[in-house]
Design a protein around this ligand. Structure first.
Ligand SMILES: [Zn+2]
Length: 280
């Protein structure tokens, strides 16, 4: 028996690529070592881009010239060929999967819908993987808007193109994954500049269902997070409202943008433990 190694394999798998990302493949030789200095022909909808493999055998195909949309990208070297379907947009969408108990019920966190609220997003991404002994299994959907992000302060209510880019990425690439992904709950993480009676709170944009019930139950366990029913949000129609209406309970977590990092950490841990203590 001769073991035939796949010589070209995709190295990246974003749900959506930004134009600042590259589509990466790895080339190995007959014994599986990185094959360096070889020219890979990438073919994206008929456009050929030639890229040389680096010292790790990786070739990075730039995506900067491609409009928003879906593409078939083929990487070819010699007789070897690999083909992938990719999406390109104004930001990337990635998933950090299987944090916690991988055989338990699944819960999704979403960060990055509004790009300037990133300090709160970064806090979740930093803390969630460090917590031992979870009851549930967590996936974090990470939206990273890179175009028209805006110049206003972190968490401003200004409805800029950057916010709309994030909302569109959420609806196109995160919503389908969560609504079809067997999740029991989704939490959309945001921050605000303090225009509301409460600064750190949770709420479901759809009242009377499990989204609200879970949000209220979580708030009861938190010393510093209340349930505060916000009337209307710009992002609701792109994620949390359709999720609630199609079988996945969902609520928002809103942090105060100008809380210290220590406060953000404390509040996030309260949220994380409150969610993990739910009876789903
Ligand atoms: Zn927001």
């Amino acid at each position: 028996m001769i073991k035939v190694l796949p010589k070209i394999t995709p190295e990246s798998s974003y749900l959506c690529y930004s134009r600042q990302n590259t589509f990466d493949i790895k080339l190995v030789d007959d014994v599986g070592n990185p094959d360096t200095g070889k020219i890979i022909h990438f073919n994206i909808n008929g456009q050929i881009i030639k890229v040389k493999t680096n010292s790790q055998g990786i070739a990075k195909c730039p995506l900067g010239n491609f409009k928003d949309g879906a593409y078939t990208i083929t990487a070819e070297y010699d007789e070897n060929l690999v083909s992938s379907s990719i999406n390109v947009g104004p930001g990337s969408v990635d998933v950090i999967r299987n944090i916690g108990n991988p055989s338990a019920k699944k819960i999704a966190y979403v960060v990055g819908v509004h790009p300037l609220e990133h300090e709160t997003h970064d806090t979740l991404v930093k803390l969630l993987p460090t917590v031992p002994g979870f009851n549930y299994c967590y996936d974090i959907y990470v939206i990273n808007v890179v175009e028209n992000v805006g110049h206003y302060g972190d968490g401003s209510g200004d409805n800029s193109q950057g916010r709309q880019n994030g909302q569109n990425l959420a609806y196109n690439y995160v919503y389908p994954q969560i609504v079809n992904g067997g999740y029991k709950l989704a939490i959309d993480v945001h921050s605000n500049v303090g225009a509301y009676p409460y600064k750190t709170f949770v709420f479901s944009p759809v009242t009377g269902g499990l989204g609200e019930q879970y949000g209220r139950a979580v708030a009861k366990t938190c010393a510093d997070v209340v349930y505060y029913q916000l009337g209307q949000t710009t992002s609701g129609p792109y994620l949390t409202i359709p999720l609630n209406n199609h079988g996945v309970p969902a609520f928002y977590f809103e942090e105060y943008s100008f809380a210290s990092q220590a406060q953000k950490d404390t509040h996030m841990m309260q949220l994380i433990y409150g969610v993990d203590g739910l009876k789903l």
